[in-house]
Design a protein around this ligand. Structure first.
Ligand SMILES: NC(=O)c1ccc[n+]([C@@H]2O[C@H](COP(=O)([O-])OP(=O)(O)OC[C@H]3O[C@@H](n4cnc5c(N)ncnc54)[C@H](OP(=O)(O)O)[C@@H]3O)[C@@H](O)[C@H]2O)c1
Length: 232
């Protein structure tokens, strides 16, 4: 039987690297991307030791030309899963009053525009009717759930991503893809910090369970790593 095949975008470290490990441990073949392979030492070591199950590719998601080059290099792949994980925390000490146009633009291009642009560029490589596209968002992107202040720029960037994701899912409905907005939990990574309660291993085990469930039930939605549905 052919192994399921995945692309994880933003896999140099943190949750993305953990997703590559978890998928490979379940028998998937995986391509993990990094902005540059020289710094992605854990990913390249994982690929080198995998006997061909894990491969690497390069993309700076915020750069449209780089995203198109990735699309061209992957045009012959057939994926069961494309998961865009790359994201940034942005300028957390800034508010809507103090943020510069440049910092705001960088955050929104990376967190909101780039993931859906990649999904759009790669949609033809995903198996119709059985394939899954995952976009890594955050529960902080829930407009319904935004009852506390803080992280306002980051929240808005992920809310914009959620909106783009729903439009993308609606536009590609006839392809029968399952389109998932995924919240990984508050995870111990460079972004989540040392006090985060969830390990990369626990988060990625749960996220891959959610993906494998979607392969069978084909439901779109906003899910956390435990499989719970989150409010938009
Ligand atoms: N950790 C949490 O608690 C948490 C909670 C909710 C949501 N999330 C979301 O989960 C995702 C992963 O978070 P994480 O905690 O693993 O963060 P992380 O440790 O900071 O890792 C971020 C990853 O995104 C990549 N990336 C960022 N900008 C990129 C770009 N322009 N092009 C290509 N790759 C880029 C990074 O690559 P480089 O190594 O090249 O920088 C790295 O691989 C993000 O979308 C984040 O918003 C995280």
């Amino acid at each position: 039987m052919t192994k399921p095949h995945a692309l994880v975008i933003g896999a140099s470290r943190g949750i993305g690297l953990g997703l590559v490990r978890e998928l490979a441990s379940r028998g998937w073949t995986v391509i993990g991307t990094a902005r540059g392979l020289s710094k992605a030492t854990e990913l390249t070591a994982l690929a080198a030791a995998s006997g061909g199950a894990v491969r690497t590719a390069v993309v700076d998601t915020a750069d449209a030309a780089s995203a198109e080059t990735l699309r061209d290099s992957l045009k012959d792949e057939v994926f069961d899963l494309v998961l865009v994980n790359a994201g940034v925390g942005g300028p957390q000490d800034m508010t809507t009053r103090t943020v510069s146009r440049e910092a705001f633009t960088d955050l929104f291009v990376t967190n909101a525009l780039a993931p859906v642009r990649l999904a759009e560029l790669l949609v033809k490589t995903v198996k119709p009717q059985t394939g899954v596209i995952g976009l890594m968002t955050s529960m902080l992107g829930s407009v319904d759930g935004a009852s506390a202040g803080g992280f306002e720029l980051y929240r808005a960037s992920k809310a914009a991503l959620n909106s783009f994701t729903r439009s993308f899912a609606a536009r590609h409905k006839d392809q029968g893809l399952a389109v998932l907005s995924l919240h990984p939990g508050w995870v111990k990574t460079d972004m989540g910090g040392a006090n985060a309660p969830v390990s990369v291993e626990e988060s990625t085990r749960g996220l891959v369970n959610v993906v494998e469930r979607a392969q069978a039930d084909r439901g779109d939605g906003f899910f956390d790593y435990t499989g719970a549905t989150l409010p938009w």
